[in-house]
Design a protein around this ligand. Sequence first.
Ligand SMILES: Nc1nc2c(ncn2[C@@H]2O[C@H](COP(=O)(O)OP(=O)(O)OP(=O)(O)O)[C@@H](O)[C@H]2O)c(=O)[nH]1
Ligand SMILES: [Mg+2]
Ligand SMILES: [Zn+2]
Length: 352
Amino acid sequence: MKSKDWYSERWKNKRALRKKAQREANHDRKSFGQKVNDQEEEMPELAVYDPAEASQHGRIGILADVSFPAFSILYDGKFLPGSASSSEQSALLNQLAVGDNVVFEISNQQLVIKGITTRHSKLARLRADASRRSGIGEEHVFAVNIDLAVIVASTVNPVFHPRLVDRYLIICQYGNIRPLLCLTKIDIAPSPDLSMYRNADLPIVSVSNKTQEGIDQLLPYLEGKRCVLVGNSGVGKSSLINSLLKEEAILTKEVSEKSGKGRHTTTSTSLHLLDKSTMLIDTPGIRSLGLWNVSPDSLRLYYPEFAEFAPRCEFSDCTHSHEPKCAVKKAVEEGLIPRERYNSYIRLLSKS
Ligand SMILES: Nc1nc2c(ncn2[C@@H]2O[C@H](COP(=O)(O)OP(=O)(O)OP(=O)(O)O)[C@@H](O)[C@H]2O)c(=O)[nH]1
Ligand SMILES: [Mg+2]
Ligand SMILES: [Zn+2]
């Protein structure tokens, strides 16, 4: 049986080939003076305003959800429903992500998007499954202007995947977002050994959405922040938001007994208000989490555990893999860096 990576490589290549063919065809047509349906040329440019000046251009709200062409904007404590009313508005909406501070106007009782303010953070991945908003091999932005990413993982059903957590930690750092690990379903099985994250600057909270154990310990981390909940399907992201809101605001579904996997119940990203200043963004469970824009050269910088030791490596550009006199490898041998985290780095390095 071929591995998953084989498939994603194959899809990436296919897309690259298709793009290349399209570019060549466009080039040929242009050289004959024909009009070309070039999406990039036709895309209206999204205005990005300085937050200090944005109010001169319209009202400012937060994009709370998008179910194309419908969307809603959180403004003055209320969710205002909108719908993209022209192809230009659709193209602008397509470039936004939940959490965007949207500059908009109300004209003939319609919300009209004018632009956004500068983003201070974004949570994004490399897409390995196509959607109408972005293709395979492109950037998929989950949400923007996020202060805290709650990486939700369950003890069982589905099983805990440390490798997925490691990837989330990287995309959080890349996107300028603080991470927190929330372990769910502690009423079914005990928490796995998480000592490998002891130096990863990662708060960990264990909860049960069934008994509500641990929910109160989670609250102080969330207060006053724009939080996004991410993780595999079925781990309990929507259930966790329901626990926090103390109501069944979002639909949840049982994990498949046969596969032990979630059923991809949540299909779009949506923002919920816990109180005036605390926002919880629910996201659909993902099937794969590719690293967007992280080069093999920079990967080592995403492991905070290495920082203390790396300056003592013989080579300043040491990748801590094959080089002699590597202080990071020595620290792993001495138990100063958790071996699981080092192994996770080497695995990602060999794949990138
Ligand atoms: N026993 C127990 N069950 C839980 C807990 N959290 C969630 N569940 C159950 O797990 C199943 C999946 O929960 P969801 O909240 O739908 O999971 P999700 O992460 O939102 O899944 P997607 O929307 O598919 O990405 C539901 O049947 C929940 O009742 C928990 O802490 N304990
Ligand atoms: Mg869900
Ligand atoms: Zn080294």
